[in-house]
Design a protein around this ligand. Structure first.
Ligand code: VGL
Ligand code: ZN
Length: 247
């Protein structure tokens, strides 16, 4: 094919596919099924981020949030309102630098200095490949399009789903939301005063309108971590309330 013919051939292809698409849109038997309508009201600009809904953060786990398992039901219900759902998964090597077992001279919940700032000392939790790192068995996970794993570098902890605790190492989540053209981020899961807080604040600072769903999260509660979280939400323009107040 010479250049001119190739051009006409390509244009022909383009226009025939255009007509095909048009006819699909305007076809007489427009089957706007219920499913179609549901997809329509689920905004393509919204994402639900379900933070660390894992066994070790639930009763019976190694770093349990009181009643942590109770939010699973609420999270499953609100998943129905979203087209885009992303899970985060705390995912640590067994000798992670934040673990008390790696710092035997330290007390659990005390802090130590890391090159990137103060780091809380945690009981070992969410160790790669263990039952404790698995999602709670009742959590619906098959609607999520991505699982973001974080905290797998021995020398950096990661609370936020966006950036690790050095505040520069990216998890890739911002790139995903950006390429999906997401505008609003809704955050649920565990724990309100750590990973949910950091995820929501990073999200707001990256420019997404951000809301934490009050009845779909609970705190670990260390010192006055909950009050501080509420103050930080106000300072960083993160909404905190029930989903019905925002959608
Ligand atoms: C978390 C402490 C350590 C959380 C994770 O998911 O909130 N907290 N690792
Ligand atoms: Zn962790």
């Amino acid at each position: 094919m010479n250049m001119l013919n190739r051009r006409n051939f390509v244009l022909g292809l383009l226009s025939s596919s255009f007509i095909f698409n048009q006819s699909k849109l305007t076809s007489g038997h427009d089957n706007s099924s219920n499913l179609h309508n549901i997809e329509h009201y689920k905004s393509s600009e919204d994402v639900l981020i379900i933070v660390d809904m894992q066994n070790d953060f639930c009763p019976g786990g190694t770093l349990p949030v009181k009643n942590g398992d109770k939010v699973v039901e609420v999270i499953n219900r609100i998943q129905k309102k979203f087209q885009y759902i992303i899970l985060t998964q705390d995912w640590h090597p067994e000798d992670h630098s934040s673990f008390v077992t790696t710092n035997p001279q330290k007390e659990v919940f005390s802090t130590k200095k890391m090159p990137y700032g103060n780091q809380v000392i945690w009981p070992p939790h969410c160790i790669i490949g263990t039952e404790g790192a698995e999602f709670h068995k009742n959590l619906i996970t098959n609607k999520a399009s991505f699982i973001i794993r974080k905290g797998f570098r021995k020398h950096i902890d990661s609370y936020s789903g966006f950036f690790e605790n050095d505040r520069v190492t990216s998890t890739g989540l911002d790139g995903i939301l950006d390429s999906l053209n997401i505008k609003r981020v809704f955050v649920a899961g565990l724990a309100l005063d750590f990973c949910v807080q950091y995820t929501a604040i990073d999200s707001a600072n990256l420019g997404y309108s951000t809301y934490v769903i009050q009845d779909a999260t609970l705190p670990v509660n260390i010192g006055n971590s909950v009050q501080e979280t509420m103050n930080n939400f106000k300072k960083n323009n993160v909404g905190f309330g029930k989903l019905e107040e925002f959608i």
